[in-house]
Design a protein around this ligand. Structure first.
Ligand code: SAH
Length: 252
């Protein structure tokens, strides 16, 4: 029997190729087959060998080009043919990346898996926007949640946001009104500071600041598009990039 290849679940970080791990960069540069999702920056795909085969399994809310089961089957099939497969995902493979499901499918088929961590959007966005996720004076807890439509109302976020805490919401752009409503129903103050970071760690990044009650309007008026993160908490009102720019403009 032919020896199985390995499936590498590789985090591509938030965008900028400089934010790849060395291991990720080496694997991308050596791969014969790369299966990637839509969030992976073209500059990172350009690091592949000219003869590498690139398969996009891009997923967008409401438009699935490939079902998760089909992606799992593709990874397993190629590995069982003896090929090493680089499965490249935005951010970190194990943070809202379905890396766990893909690893399970590989284990079930006897295919070896290695997971290469990446800088998750929360870390990339925090650094790029200069927002401390924890801060001794403002927050000692940070939580990551998914804000997409399915099951949003059933998710229990109580206690995750509020004074002394930071909540980072992935995939929350289209549900911003429900998110603001949900958090205020949980007792969060309408004037809790929030930030929206669109295209973090990419040249077109935008950092928008506001208050929780105004989050839906902020997202609509500024026409925020995915990928974007919503960060809720006092840390967003400290000297972040957007506020620092406003202060600099006022001085000049
Ligand atoms: N595994 C990824 C998350 C995938 S879910 C990670 O660890 O980052 C996709 C969501 O991640 C997007 O809807 C958005 O909320 C967030 N995201 C990914 N890249 C981003 C970026 N460059 N800027 C802002 N948000 C991003």
């Amino acid at each position: 029997m032919r020896k199985s290849g390995t499936v590498y679940l590789v985090g591509a970080g938030p965008g900028d190729p400089d934010l790849l791990t060395l291991r990720a960069a080496r694997l991308i540069g050596a791969a014969q087959l790369i299966v990637h999702d839509g969030l992976v920056d073209p500059a990172i795909l350009a690091m592949a060998r000219p003869d590498a085969r690139l398969i996009s399994v891009a997923k967008q809310r409401a438009r699935h080009t490939m079902a998760q089961d089909d992606i799992n089957a593709l990874l397993v099939r190629e590995a069982l043919r003896g090929l090493d497969v680089v499965r490249l995902k935005g951010g970190d493979p194990l943070v809202f990346g379905r890396g766990g499901e893909e690893a399970e499918a590989c284990h079930a088929a006897g295919v070896p898996v290695e997971i290469v961590p990446g800088i998750s959007a929360a870390n990339g966005a925090a650094a790029a926007a200069r927002i401390a996720l924890t801060h001794r004076d403002a927050s000692s807890v940070v939580s990551f949640v998914a804000g997409q439509c399915k099951g949003l109302s059933e998710q229990d976020w109580s206690g995750l946001a509020g004074k002394g805490r930071t909540l980072v919401i992935y995939m929350g752009v289209s549900t911003a009104p429900q998110i603001a409503e949900k958090l205020m129903a949980d007792g969060l103050a309408p004037d809790m500071p929030v930030a929206v970071i669109e295209n973090a760690a990419r040249p077109e990044m935008r950092v928008l600041c506001g208050l929780l009650a105004g989050l839906p309007d902020l997202v609509t008026q500024e026409r925020v598009r995915s990928p974007a993160l919503i960060v809720i908490g006092e840390v967003t009102a400290r000297n972040n990039l957007a506020l620092a720019r406003i202060a600099e403009e006022a001085l000049s």
